[in-house]
Write a protein that binds this ligand. Sequence first.
Ligand SMILES: [Zn+2]
Length: 301
Amino acid sequence: MSAASPGTPAANVMIGLSMPEVDAWSPRVVTALGMNPGIFTGPGTNTYLIGTGRRRILLDTGQGAPAYLGVLERALARAGGAELQEIVLTHGHVDHIGGVHAVIEQFGPLRVSKLPDPKDHATGLSLIPLRDGDVVQTEGATLRAVFTPGHARDHLCFWLEEERALFSGDNVLGVGTTVIPSEGGDLLDYMASLAKLLASAPCRIYPAHGPCIEDGVSKLREYIEHREQREGQIVAALRAMGPALVPELVSRIYVDVPKVLHPAAAQSVASHLVKLEREGRAHRESSAKDEPAVASRWSLA
Ligand SMILES: [Zn+2]
């Protein structure tokens, strides 16, 4: 997965972080690592077996890495010799949906559901629509879908009623912050999604990348504050520099971040600028039509 790949979480602080391939994080939550480590996926995607009975819900499927199927087998054994009931997806990015075909090939036909998106037809999968408020149940677990656009327009988080816990997908990560990709991402929506999740006051958060978050409320507050702080830095930089290109803003603001991660930082800065533009607080200097936000020259309104 390259740095230019859209929709992958920014995981600079996850480099070198290792996660167990299979683990039990609660009596009803067993993890199976997607085996797709990378600069943007960190140790790989966390997929989850959820429930307490013989048949478990599989939340996300990784990217389709060959080693994943063996890990999933071991996770099912760890879950007491369980079988798969169905697959539920947080969103359509490849590191979440990419393993569906291989899982079905191995385990037989399964119901697969997600929030519908125009891009779904390209997957060749027959997907069951899942929308905000819909409930997926199995023995010992009740999952309620929460529409949370921002990182992706088809993003759902899942509230686990029995634990007052949240499966956050890519909206909140175990370490680091989420990229708001130029394609399908929207920082204004993302901030609203974080506020919505904070209002539900989750205990734990089970993220799609990185370790379990024990204090969900603190993490959500930290995420919101981080974005507000970044926005303040961008506004201050534009005030000091006058009209500026995104890479110039990145060089000024991300002084402690390795250069290899600057393209991801540029996406993040661009997402802030688009948010400021939508709020009438910034505008693009250049007039070229359809110029991507990351290539524009920006100034304060
Ligand atoms: Zn994603």
